[in-house]
Design a protein. Structure first.
Length: 314
């Protein structure tokens, strides 16, 4: 006699409801849409009830499906709490950790740290999603997200400050050899400038003196740029190619400066600063896999954000 698993298809069904459809649920679960559809169909066949009313575009809960969904979510929460209790005493992380990270910062700074964890912990798997879109961690099934900039109030998320991103000003050695190195802010006039723009609007350079250097006044420079872009990596690449002076995050400038491709100029001043946080859904206990990831980021990110790592002009 074959004993059926009473939980087979349950979590998939709940994901379909919470994600709003089979395609979105499949993306969360990392499987095909067909696999999700078959899992729900088998569950309905086992229960002898239709849980979802399907049409070509949407899936809605039937009356029986609504009742079943509510009970399933309560049961899954209890199972999750039980797993968390077991996990609290675990020494090594296991399972998949799904992380949303910003495009450039994620690739250069976050990914190497998290990928290294898979060497330390063979039973841990990392699933990184790169993009500057603000994801909904709970709705989209992420365990962790890295955010740059002000945080929106949320009673469902916990946060940990990883450090502060400073914006530095730099140019290529070849550009500076041709046009000279500005030693003061006012000497930026007449230089080619590569600016960041958003929706066609060029952002002004808000510059502050580094503590103990450069005076005490903040400056708002309305730069006149021939080139503007909405991607910081493209801006840095244009600066490396000698198209002008750019302001880029210190962690990005530093990576080019170490190779001699960009020089940090006007080191007594910084442009805008942004806090960087790790965010995760609130839980009674922090899972081991999440704890080791956060600890690694807290330990290693600050050194990458240190603007003094950049190579200054001589």
């Amino acid at each position: 006699m074959t004993v059926q698993d009473p939980l087979e298809g349950v979590s998939t069904f709940v994901q379909v409801v919470e994600a709003g459809g089979f395609t979105a649920a499949a993306k969360r679960l990392g499987v095909t849409r067909s696999a999700v559809g078959k899992a729900v169909a088998r569950l309905e066949a086992r229960l002898g009830s239709r849980l979802l009313q399907r049409n070509t575009r949407t899936q809605t809960l039937t009356a029986e499906g609504q009742i079943y969904y509510e009970r399933c979510t309560r049961a899954l929460k209890e199972l999750d709490a039980a797993e968390a209790d077991l996990d609290s005493g675990r020494m090594e992380p296991i399972g998949r950790l799904r992380v949303s990270v910003p495009e450039g910062f994620g690739q250069l700074c976050v990914a190497p740290i998290l990928l290294n964890l898979t060497r330390l912990y063979p039973q841990l798997s990392i699933d990184l999603s790169f993009g500057d879109r603000t994801v909904d961690l709970i709705e989209e099934g992420f365990d962790l997200a890295i955010r740059i900039g002000p945080l929106q109030d949320s009673g469902t998320l916990s946060a940990r400050l990883l450090g502060t991103q400073h914006i530095s000003i730099g140019a290529s050695p070849a550009y500076l050899a041709r046009h000279g190195t500005p030693g003061k802010l006012e000497e930026l006039d007449g230089h080619a400038v590569i600016s960041y723009s958003h929706s066609g609007v060029v952002a002004p350079w808000n510059v502050s003196p580094v503590a103990g250097r450069g005076g005490s006044s903040d400056y708002r420079l309305q730069v006149h740029s021939q080139i503007s872009m909405d991607d910081i990596q493209a801006i840095a690449a244009a600066a490396v190619a000698g198209y002008g002076i750019a302001w880029v995050p210190c962690w990005l400038l530093s990576s080019y400066a170490k190779r001699g491709e960009l020089v940090h100029i006007l080191p007594d001043y910084r442009a805008r600063s942004y806090e960087i946080h790790a965010l995760w859904p609130q839980a009674r206990q922090l899972r081991c896999k999440l704890r080791v990831a956060i600890d690694a980021l807290v330990a290693e990110i600050p050194a990458l954000l240190n603007p003094e790592d950049a190579v200054h002009s001589r």
